[in-house]
Write a protein that binds this ligand. Structure first.
Ligand code: NAD
Length: 299
C-alpha cells in the first residue's frame, strides 16, 4: 500500500522552529530577517509564486519586500537595484523570480547577487559549491526534496536514484545533492533514449521535467519512492505533476502528490535559507570579522 507523503504537513512541521530562529535574530540585532523579492513583468504564475513566498515569510516573522518592475526594465537598472539590496544590512536574502524577459542577461543578474544573500542558490559560487561540497545556500527545490526524504526517514546512502530533468535549478543540483549523500545517481533528460530503462532501476525516482504523465506505472520499480517535482497547468486550469499519480501509486511505496508535495517544501527552504543567512550575518557582525566568502565582480 503506497504512502502519500504530505509535503504541506512536513513543511508546517518545520515552521515553528524557523519562527523561533527568526525571533531570536530579531531580538539580538533589533531587526527581523529580511528578504527582497524582485518580480519583473506580468507573468501570472510568477505573481502567484511570489505571493505565496511573501505570505510564508510573514508566517515565520521574516520581513519581506516585493520589488515589482515592468517588463521593459533595462539590464543596468536591474543590476543597480540588486547592488542597492546587496548593500542594505536589513536584507539577508535576495531572490529574482524567474523567468526574466529575454532582453535581460540572466547570468549577469544571478552573479550580481551577493553570494551571502543568494538564498535561491543560483549564483555560480553556490552552484560550484554544490560540486565541491562547500556551498553556502542550496537551491530551494532540491533542498526541499532532500528535507522531505530525511523527514520521512527514507535512506539515501547507497540507493539507486534516477533524476528525470537536468535543469540548472532542479535536476542538476538535485543529482549533486543526492550523490553527496551517498546515492548512485543517473540523470535523464529530453534526449535520453528509452527513459523507462533507467527509471525502472530507481529506488528513488525524482521527476522534474514539466511533462504531465511522463512517468507511468510500468516505468517504476515495485516499492520505489517517487518524488514528483513537476507543476503543470492543464487546459482546464487544474495543476498536475509529471507522474501518473494513480498508476504509479499501484507500484510505489511512497509518492508525493501535486499539489501538496514538493511545492510547500520548496517555499520552506527559502525561509530556511533566509533565516540561516540572517544568523550568519549576525555572527559575522558580532565577531567583527569580514565574511570568509569571496565577492564577485564582473569585469
Ligand atoms: P526546465 O524546463 O528548465 O527543465 C526540464 C528538464 O526536463 C530538461 O532538462 C529537459 O531535458 C527534461 N525533459 C523534458 N522533457 C523530457 C522528457 N520527455 N523526458 C525526459 N526529460 C525531459 O524545467 P525546471 O525548471 O527544471 O522545472 C521542471 C518542472 O518542475 C516544471 O514542471 C516546473 O514547473 C516544476 N518546478 C516545481 C518546483 C516546485 O517547487 N515543486 C520548483 C521548480 C520547478
Amino acid at each position: 500500500m503506497v504512502k502519500v507523503i504530505d509535503g504541506r504537513r512536513l513543511a508546517e512541521g518545520l515552521r515553528p522552529n524557523l519562527l523561533r530562529r527568526g525571533q531570536a535574530v530579531a531580538e539580538r540585532r533589533g531587526a527581523p530577517p529580511g528578504l527582497a523579492v524582485i518580480l519583473v513583468g506580468n507573468d501570472p504564475a510568477s505573481a502567484v509564486y511570489v505571493r505565496n513566498k511573501i505570505r510564508a515569510c510573514e508566517a515565520v516573522g521574516i520581513r519581506s519586500a516585493c520589488l515589482r518592475f515592468p517588463e521593459s526594465i533595462g539590464n543596468a537598472d536591474l543590476l543597480e537595484t540588486i547592488a542597492n539590496l546587496n548593500a542594505d544590512p536589513g536584507i539577508d536574502g535576495i531572490l529574482v523570480q524567474l523567468p526574466l524577459p529575454a532582453h535581460i542577461r540572466l547570468d549577469q543578474v544571478l552573479e550580481a547577487i551577493s553570494v551571502q544573500k543568494d538564498v535561491d542558490g543560483f549564483h555560480l559560487y553556490n552552484v560550484g559549491g554544490l560540486v565541491t561540497g562547500n556551498t553556502i545556500f542550496s537551491p530551494c527545490t532540491p533542498y526541499g526534496v532532500v528535507k522531505l526524504l530525511e523527514s520521512e526517514n527514507i535512506p539515501i546512502e547507497g540507493q539507486n536514484v534516477v533524476v528525470v530533468g537536468a535543469s540548472n535549478i532542479v535536476g542538476k543540483p538535485m543529482a549533486l545533492m543526492l550523490m553527496a549523500r551517498g546515492a548512485t545517481v543517473a540523470i535523464c533528460h529530453a534526449k535520453t533514449r528509452d527513459l523507462a530503462q533507467f527509471t525502472i532501476l530507481a529506488d528513488i525516482l525524482v521527476v522534474a521535467a514539466g511533462v504531465p504523465n511522463l512517468i507511468i506505472g510500468q516505468m517504476v520499480k515495485t516499492g520505489a519512492v517517487v518524488i514528483d517535482v513537476g507543476i503543470n497547468r492543464l487546459a482546464d486550469g487544474c495543476i498536475t505533476g509529471d507522474v501518473d499519480f494513480n498508476g504509479v501509486s499501484a507500484k510505489a511505496s511512497r509518492i508525493t502528490p501535486v499539489p501538496g508535495g514538493v511545492g510547500p517544501m520548496t517555499v520552506t527552504m527559502l525561509l530556511e535559507n533566509t533565516i540561516a543567512s540572517a544568523e550568519r550575518a549576525l555572527a559575522h557582525q558580532q565577531s567583527h570579522a569580514a565574511p570568509d566568502i569571496p565577492q564577485f565582480q564582473r569585469a
